[in-house]
Structure formats: structure tokens, C-alpha cells
Design a protein around this ligand. Structure first.
Ligand SMILES: NC(=O)C1=CN([C@@H]2O[C@H](COP(=O)(O)OP(=O)(O)OC[C@H]3O[C@@H](n4cnc5c(N)ncnc54)[C@H](OP(=O)(O)O)[C@@H]3O)[C@@H](O)[C@H]2O)C=CC1
Ligand SMILES: O=C(O)C1=N[C@H](C(=O)O)C[C@H](O)C1
Length: 231
């Protein structure tokens, strides 16, 4: 809804249609770009619909694991000239938090992620936490840093969180929260906590509009808004 309002207000864009759950996707047929903030259960079908018609897609919906990303890569490969941006978080501060966590990752032996969201959220861990873990894991692999130390041998299922490429991710769901994340790093007698808080949903709008404006110039699948920023 926030994105629809912003597109409607933008002088360089035209809002072709706003499609809800029970509306026909055909309403989107005249669009050059579709923005998808829907649900992990339906986003793959929506993408197939857009890409097969040559409509670029800017996707905020989460729930993308490596298998889904590969399927989207295959989709766009079958339709050259049609591009997809999947951004787990369109907030500029959130993207910076992920970037800073990636930079810090190789300097500490321990790192874990705690994400906190509203209880209406369908997927756990959040797309942001999953992406942060992937970026951290990649940085640690490149630097030759091993797994975080952990002596746990007895555990109630889930107590140590989910394992995303060797990084522990803990998901908290609490009423009144919006979207929040802490990356906690430790080692050498110090800890560093990198925290991001979403204070309102308007924070996602500038990043989503940037995606709409740039999608034509980024061929194939782009994963993460950072690819469009000069970080
Ligand atoms: N990348 C980013 O920066 C952000 C990503 N997100 C992600 O976006 C997704 C949606 O989150 P959020 O906006 O909070 O959720 P909401 O429930 O507020 O909005 C989702 C909307 O999509 C509608 N919807 C559900 N299924 C379909 C469908 N098949 N076709 C069209 N519309 C549909 C819902 O309708 P109804 O209410 O009738 O079910 C609802 O209006 C989640 O995956 C979330 O994690 C959210 C915020 C930022
Ligand atoms: O569901 C949400 O609200 C959000 N989802 C995204 C995610 O899964 O990371 C982005 C932000 O956290 C809000």
C-alpha cells in the first residue's frame, strides 16, 4: 500500500494497477514493472506470471532459499531482457546494517543473529536475517574463519536457533514490534552489536522506488538492494 501511494505520487511513474489477493493478475498486463509484497506461498507463481510476459519484477516478499533463487535464475534465463530484483529489505539502514555485519564478520570468532518481528509474519527466519547470515558466512569463508565456538551437546530442539550456512539465527515474534535485528559479534575480550530498527513501513519506500527506477538496467536476477547502491 505504501509503495502504491508512492508510485502514484511520483512524477516519473504511473500506477497501472494495485492487485490484492482475489484480483486477477491480468490487471497487471500493461505494466512495465510489477512490485510484489505479497506472501511467500504465492510469490513464485506471481514471478512466473510476470517473467513469462516480459514484465520486470521488483520483489520485497521474503521466503527465498537457495532453491527458489535458482528457480528464478532459470526463469529469467528463459526470458532474456526481463529482469528481477529480489531485495530481502528495502530499508537503506537495514542494507547498511547487513553491509557492516559483513565487514565485521571476519574480525570476531563468534557471531549470531537475533531478528524480532510482528507475529503476523509468515516466514522465519526473516529474509533480512537469512541474507545477513549468507553475507556473514561468505565473508568468513573468504577470510578462512572457522565456525563460531559452541560447546552445546544437550539441547531442547530449536534452543540454538536455525543454522543458515553455519550462522545461528534466532527469530522472535512479539506483538507491537515491526522489524528489528541484532547481529552480535564477539571475540578477543570485546563484543560488537549491530542493531537495526524499522520504525515505520514508509522506510521501505525509497528503496523500492529505486528498484523500480533501476530494474531495466540490471540484467537477470539481482539479489539484494546493495547491488544498486554505491557501498
Ligand atoms: N523487502 C522488504 O523491505 C520488505 C519485505 N516484506 C515482506 O513482504 C511480504 C508481505 O509483507 P507485508 O506487506 O508486511 O504483509 P501484508 O499482509 O501487510 O501485505 C501483504 C498483502 O498481500 C496480499 N496478498 C496475499 N496474497 C496475495 C496474492 N496472492 N496476490 C496479491 N496479493 C496478495 C495480502 O492480502 P490479504 O491481507 O487479503 O491477505 C496483503 O494485502 C512478506 O514476505 C514480508 O516479509 C515486508 C516489508 C518490507
Ligand atoms: O515481514 C516483515 O514485516 C518484514 N519482512 C522482511 C524480512 O523478512 O526481512 C523485511 C523487514 O524485516 C520487514
Amino acid at each position: 500500500m505504501e509503495v502504491c501511494k508512492a508510485v502514484h505520487a511520483a512524477e516519473d511513474m504511473e500506477l497501472v494497477a494495485a492487485v490484492d489477493k482475489d484480483d486477477s493478475l491480468e490487471l497487471l498486463a500493461p505494466a512495465e514493472v510489477v512490485v510484489d509484497f505479497t506472501h511467500p506461498d504465492v510469490v513464485m507463481g506471481n514471478l512466473e506470471w510476470c517473467v513469462s510476459r516480459g514484465i520486470h519484477a521488483v520483489v520485497g516478499t521474503t521466503g527465498f532459499d537457495p532453491g527458489r533463487l535458482e528457480r528464478v535464475r532459470e526463469m529469467v534465463a528463459r526470458h532474456p531482457g526481463t529482469n528481477v530484483l529480489i531485495a530481502p529489505n528495502f530499508g537503506i539502514a537495514a542494507v547498511l546494517m547487513m553491509h557492516f555485519a559483513q565487514q565485521a564478520a571476519k574480525y570476531f570468532e563468534s557471531v549470531e543473529i537475533v531478528e524480532l518481528h510482528h507475529p503476523q509474519k509468515a516466514d522465519a527466519p526473516s529474509g533480512t536475517a537469512r541474507r545477513t547470515a549468507e553475507l556473514i558466512a561468505e565473508a568468513r569463508r573468504k577470510a578462512g574463519v572457522g565456525p563460531s565456538p559452541d560447546a552445546t551437546t544437550q539441547e531442547i530442539d530449536g534452543a540454538r536457533g536455525a543454522d543458515v550456512e553455519g550462522i545461528r539465527v534466532h527469530a522472535v515474534r512479539i506483538s507491537a514490534l515491526i522489524a528489528h535485528q541484532e547481529v552480535i559479534l564477539g571475540g578477543g575480550g570485546e563484543t560488537l552489536t549491530i542493531r537495526h530498527d524499522t520504525m515505520n513501513r514508509a522506510s521501505f519506500v525509497p528503496g523500492a522506488l529505486l528498484g523500480v527506477r533501476r530494474i531495466r538496467d540490471v540484467p537477470g536476477l539481482t539479489y539484494g538492494l546493495e547491488a544498486l547502491l554505491d557501498l
